[in-house]
Design a protein around this ligand. Structure first.
Ligand SMILES: Nc1nc2c(ncn2[C@@H]2O[C@H](COP(=O)(O)OP(=O)(O)OP(=O)(O)O)[C@@H](O)[C@H]2O)c(=O)[nH]1
Ligand SMILES: [Mg+2]
Length: 300
């Protein structure tokens, strides 16, 4: 199934949801002040964020005026374009120009890092890449087991150490293994952490340092995994993590669990960090590369 169908399916679920309200609004009627007010309300309650919503409505108003648009159907196309433009900063592609290419997944507890690491490994595995998973959440034996189970299922190698061992040392070893085994892609899981836990954030910086000392230029992508159902909190998480280590892109998980989904637009507008993948379920295939056009079209 394409991203657009997946998104439609998940976004349309709730009758009072974002997409159905947009659908109703653009269905019929004239363009008047009530139309703009309703649109603003729909965007804000759809998690687009107050600032971004106001900006979108203002831009739409201007375009409607200058293009002398009369009907809502035409207005819808303009909004679609405006939304796509906000998200179009996405610069990350599935292709990678370094070997091994190192991706590090970070984020708060339970956001979907481990599952996304496995899903991502599966995407590259299907493209015939030689993938190495790193069980970087060394705090809990269960976290190591969880990734190991996935690795077995998708037939990808895994590097792990005893629970309680130092994650930086593990990543150091993993870089050596990646070079020795001629791996195309390394995907590192990490333990969940809150931005306010200073020592845990320091640990992430250390992992980052150790990786780049062993392999200059790596990690090539640091992806922050955020849970879409946390709404505005997801924006705060992205902002906070980005202050501790440079975030190259986002994996927005559990989009299937929210009827709002506007958070995708909000994050990209406020932080200019591209959404690279979206998680749309718990199964191994439920991670799809993000496309701004498809997302905007699924919304409208
Ligand atoms: N519905 C849905 N569930 C997801 C998605 N991604 C992850 N999950 C579920 O969310 C739960 C937590 O996922 P994990 O991958 O263990 O999250 P984590 O970030 O590794 O968690 P910690 O290691 O505890 O910080 C699991 O039950 C996953 O199956 C998604 O896109 N959609
Ligand atoms: Mg985990």
């Amino acid at each position: 199934m394409s991203l657009i169908n997946h998104l439609k399916k998940s976004l349309v679920r709730s009758k009072s949801g974002f997409v159905s309200r947009l659908d109703d609004l653009f269905g019929s009627g004239e363009i008047n002040e009530a139309f703009y007010e309703e649109l603003e309300d729909i965007l804000v309650s759809g998690d687009v964020g107050v600032q971004t919503s106001l900006k979108l409505v203002d831009q739409l108003k201007e375009e409607i005026k200058s293009q002398k648009v009369k009907d809502r159907d035409e207005a819808k196309n303009i909004l679609l374009q405006l939304i796509t433009e906000i998200m179009d900063s996405s610069g990350i592609t599935l292709e990678h120009d370094q070997q091994p290419f190192v991706i590090l997944l970070v984020g708060v507890n339970g956001s979907g890092k481990t599952t996304s690491a496995a899903k991502l490994a599966n995407i590259y595995r299907q493209k015939k890449n030689n993938v190495l998973l790193v069980a970087g959440d060394t705090y809990r034996a269960a976290a190591i087991d969880q990734l190991e189970t996935w690795a077995g299922r998708i037939d990808v190698d895994l590097i792990k150490q005893e629970p309680g061992s130092d994650p930086s040392a593990l990543f150091f070893d993993a870089m050596n293994a990646a070079k020795a085994r001629n791996v195309d892609l390394v995907i590192g899981d990490t333990a969940g952490r809150l931005h306010s836990k200073h020592n845990l954030m320091e640990e992430l910086s250390k992992i980052h340092r150790v990786i780049s000392r062993n392999m200059p230029g790596a990690p090539h992508q640091v992806l922050l995994v955020v849970d879409a159902t946390t709404g505005q909190n997801a924006v705060a998480q992205a902002r906070n993590f980005n202050q501790s280590l440079p975030i190259d892109g986002l994996i927005l998980t559990k989009l299937d669990g929210t009827a709002r989904g506007g958070i995708v637009i909000n994050i990209q507008d406020e932080l200019k960090i591209p959404v690279c993948y979206v998680g749309i379920g718990e199964k191994i295939d439920d991670l799809v590369p993000f496309s701004p056009e498809d997302f905007a079209r699924a919304l409208l």
